[in-house]
Write a protein that binds this ligand. Structure first.
Ligand SMILES: *Cc1c(COP(=O)(O)O)cnc(C)c1O
Length: 494
């Protein structure tokens, strides 16, 4: 097995080389040449803990890592940084299963992959005898930034530069990033939206002259975005783990199909579920939930991807995205792994902002259903779930939960469904409380956090306590056109 680029089929890398590079030089994403099947039966999953499950899943995909290397990475990642021994608990509320992916150090699901990526990457550096300092270049819609900073802070041989849309993240998200410690961490606010940040980061990655210059100076880029397979692969594990828990708790029998419903932005999380299916997990339907930026909803309905529309700032900022990078991997697979065909569509996206897929390609993805929920629907869901069950979900999870209700209403499908719960409500306390009662709209951030703790009957997570009095360390701001210069300056290349 090897990794190829979605835009150039002549490329063949080992898994560790792909982790190290992050993004292919041609602008494409790395994809496995074949999908490994799970090495254990669905019955056996019921008795495996999170680390065992992660190992079983990851060793097929990261096949040039030795078993010891992989186990070591997994041990270092899924430890007491998580606030529960289970790592990923599952809550049952109102006929759905909420897979709580936010118990890591920065209280969003990005921790699931970003607590292991630094270990996978430093192991890859050793394996490939690279002598370059790795520069992690990251665009964030709010949560990747902090999770990547926390993961890479003071990791020898690396430095990390994070670009975030300066007016497009929640106050807590911003505070988490700009107070980050570590001599190798750099955080920059960009006068633009997430798509601006991500497109410019991709452009910097794709600059061959710059890569040469950097190599001469002893640097190499990598990515902490879900473009990196080192992020995608660890995310497959929690869907497999969720299935095992459902079997263990007698909710399904081994072999039964489940649905997954995922609040989607860059299409990484839901694509990991699709990879789980390719590896043998019985998933029937992938419910892809969008907020008002519903490019993906329209795409799954019509087969036309069209980003030419207004970018809307919502209360689920980590999903405010019009160019979902990881969709490219699904497009490539749906085109029969034809890199040329995929490349043409991506060029059309870059030039005209849109492309249309063929009927065959659409059929390939018929297990995906697009749904969306606006603020009225998602806030209504937060409120009703709280009033009926006492369970409080964050604004992103609420988009998925409301979309799931619409899906059930439209289809009558009663299949057991796992909803990816992607962030702690504490990260978005203002919006969550506003959904429960309008009177909370104007409160002070940390006051609201105290109120939320009382209402949810949940302790305030350390990730929030940490930023209460923390000093702002990073106050750099630039325009999109300034990002490249910032990166050059950072490496002393100007
Ligand atoms: C990143 C993020 C998402 C979107 O996930 P993708 O993998 O980009 O589709 C959803 N919710 C939260 C809280 C996030 O941080």
């Amino acid at each position: 097995m090897y990794y190829s680029s979605t835009r150039d089929s002549s490329i063949r890398l080992t898994a560790s080389e792909a982790v190290l590079k992050g993004l292919s030089d041609d602008g494409g994403l790395f994809v496995p040449s074949e999908f490994p099947t799970l090495p254990v039966s669905l019955e056996e999953l019921a008795d495996m803990d999170y680390k065992e499950t992660a190992f079983a899943v990851m060793k097929g995909y990261l096949d040039d890592y030795t078993e010891d290397e992989l186990k070591d990475c997994i041990d270092k990642a899924y430890d007491s940084k998580f606030d529960t021994e289970e790592i990923v608990p599952m809550a049952e509320a109102d006929k759905a299963y909420y897979l709580e992916l936010f118990h890591g150090p920065t209280i969003a699901f990005k921790d699931m992959a970003l607590s292991i990526l630094p270990h996978l990457l430093t192991t890859a550096v050793k394996k490939n005898r690279s002598d370059k300092e790795v520069v992690i270049l990251t665009a964030t819609s709010g949560d990747t930034g902090k999770a990547a900073l926390a993961g890479f802070a003071d990791v020898p041989g690396t430095r990390i530069i994070v670009f975030y849309p300066k007016d497009g993240v929640s106050n807590v998200q911003k505070l988490q990033m700009v107070t980050q410690n570590g001599n190798n961490t750099f955080v920059v606010g960009v006068d633009g939206n997430f798509d601006d940040c991500q497109s410019e980061v991709k452009a910097i990655f794709g600059d061959a002259d710059l890569r040469k210059k950097m190599a001469d100076a002893g640097f190499a880029f990598s990515s902490a975005n879900s473009m990196n397979i080192g992020r995608l692969v660890p995310q497959i594990a929690y869907y497999v783990f969720a299935y095992g828990r459902l079997v263990k708790n007698g909710r399904i029998r081994p072999g039964d199909e489940i649905n997954v419903c995922v609040p989607t932005g860059n299409f990484g999380n839901i694509l990991a579920a699709f990879f789980a299916k390719r590896s043998g997990l019985p998933i029937k339907t992938f419910i892809c939930a969008s907020n008002d930026n519903k490019v993906l909803f329209d795409f799954f309905k019509t087969g036309v991807y069209d980003k030419n529309r207004q970018f809307i700032l919502t209360d689920s900022p980590s999903m405010d995205i019009l160019i979902s990078s990881n969709l490219e991997r699904l497009i490539y697979m749906s085109a029969g792994c034809d890199a040329q065909k995929n490349k043409k569509l991506m060029e059309s996206l870059a030039k005209e902002g849109k492309y249309e897929i063929t009927a065959d390609m659409k059929e390939f993805m018929d297990s995906f259903v697009g749904e969306y929920a606006d603020w009225a629907e998602s806030s209504g869901k937060i409120r009703s779930l709280y009033e009926n069950t006492g369970y409080i979900i964050d604004t992103h999870t609420a988009v998925a939960a409301a979309a799931y209700d619409k899906y059930v209403h439209d289809t009558g499908d009663k299949t057991v469904t796992v909803i990816a719960s992607t962030a702690s409500p504490f990260k978005f306390a203002r919006s969550v409380l506003k959904a429960i009662d309008k009177k909370y709209e104007d409160g002070e951030d940390f006051e609201l956090i105290n109120i939320l703790s009382e209402k949810a009957n949940v302790d305030i997570p350390p990730a929030i306590e940490e930023i209460r009095d923390a000093k702002v360390i990073h106050d750099t701001v630039c325009k999109r056109e300034g990002m490249r210069d910032y990166v050059l300056n950072n490496m002393g290349l100007r």
